[in-house]
Design a protein around this ligand. Structure first.
Ligand code: GTR
Length: 361
């Protein structure tokens, strides 16, 4: 790894004129500027539509998940409610899906298959509802769609420079529009997660929507919780990602290939936009492409903002052995962090261990 560390990254607590941000009120103003700044990377999110509604498609007790209540909705949103996509929800059965409000974990990774039963069972057992959508219904994960502007949401909102990550983040937001109208959802305890490219999208969603109580990207790497300037051995670079996946980003990002140090931000800016709300990145030590060591540096840099706001514990990072996946161990870490920060339960593990410096517990 190169020698630079988080203290060499652009200072997220200095404004465009170099003035230091010293309190929460200044941070609030500065945050609005940072929201514009990250558009260099992702483009501006598509517009917020006037309404998002949902029609129930079916509801049944899911026997293999302890009679959890399984409900599918078709959401309608966009300018005239003409843009539709599927939202799949599992709610804990014990208290009756329409009677008590549950925290909810939302993922957009349904395009990779809905989560395995052992994970769904764990989410439900802890009292959370699980909501899943298929982010590729928002815009496809296909090369050139960004330029052609003729598929999915691009056809609805052809203007603007947003790429797939911003469009997918918009998808999370539309699900939240609807979820927060449901009597069995606790609108103050919304968690967003996603894996890899889905983790990047979940991070952008959490950075840009204060309704989200906990943002939890998993193995999100380059363009997510990773770092452009500080790269561990074998990690994905700006050039790698923009060459293979230009359509995930704003067109402006490509101009920084080879001159990453000129980027007016790095990924701790995106993380810091989540503050003071809870943020957990779950990482894997052998997932070198996702830059686990550089991700620790963005964690440290973003933590400065949480420290300023007086709630340093609300930004967490957790590493496991192994490679690129969002498995049960990652979900358990997410749920432990959620139990702590959303439900006030004392944590059974630490979320601040530097695996590159300290022996792991
Ligand atoms: C890789 C890409 C990563 C990551 C991953 C995934 O090919 O380079 O940035 O997003 O795909 O989404 O699984």
């Amino acid at each position: 790894m190169n020698q630079i560390t988080h203290t060499d990254l652009p200072n997220v607590l200095r404004d465009a004129d170099g003035r230091r941000i010293t309190n929460a009120a200044e941070w609030g103003r500065h945050r609005r500027q940072l929201l514009s700044l990250i558009e260099i990377e992702y483009g501006a999110l598509p517009p917020t539509p006037p309404a998002t509604t949902g029609v129930e498609l079916h509801r049944h007790a899911m026997g293999r998940l302890g009679n959890a209540c399984h409900i599918q909705y078709r959401l309608a949103t966009g300018p005239n409610g003409t843009f539709t996509f599927l939202l799949d929800v599992l709610a804990p059965a014990s208290e009756g899906a329409t009677e008590s409000a549950h925290p909810v974990v939302l993922t957009g990774d349904g395009c990779w298959g809905f989560v395995a039963d052992d994970i769904a069972a764990e989410v439900l057992r802890r009292g959370y509802a699980l909501a899943q959508f298929i982010r590729t219904e928002i815009v496809p994960d296909v090369y050139h769609t960004h330029d052609q502007r003729n598929a999915g949401l691009y056809a609805v909102y052809p203007d603007g420079d947003y790429g797939a990550l911003a469009a997918w983040a918009w998808g999370y937001h539309r699900c939240i529009d609807f979820l927060t109208t449901l009597p069995y959802v606790d609108a103050t305890r919304i968690v967003v997660t996603g894996h890899s490219r889905g983790g990047k999208a979940a991070l952008v969603a959490g950075a840009t929507d204060e309704r989200i109580a906990l943002t939890a990207p998993n193995n999100s790497g380059c363009g997510g919780a990773g770092c452009f300037r500080i790269q561990g051995a074998g990690s994905e670079t700006l050039k790698d990602i923009v060459t293979r996946f230009p359509y995930w980003f704003s067109r402006r990002l490509a101009s920084y290939i080879g001159r990453e140090n000129d980027l007016p931000l790095d990924q701790h800016f995106v993380k810091a936009l989540v503050a003071p709300r809870a943020l957990l990145s779950t990482e894997a030590l052998s997932d070198l492409w996702a830059n686990p060591s550089g991700t620790f540096q963005t964690h440290l840099a973003a933590r400065e903002v949480y420290r300023l706001l007086g709630n340093e514990a609300r930004i967490g990072i957790w590493y496991r052995e192994g490679g690129h996946e969002q498995g049960l161990a990652d979900w358990r870490a997410l749920l432990d962090f959620a139990d702590w920060h959303l439900l006030g339960k004392a944590p059974a593990r630490r979320f601040d261990i530097d695996p590159f410096a300290e022996p792991r517990a």
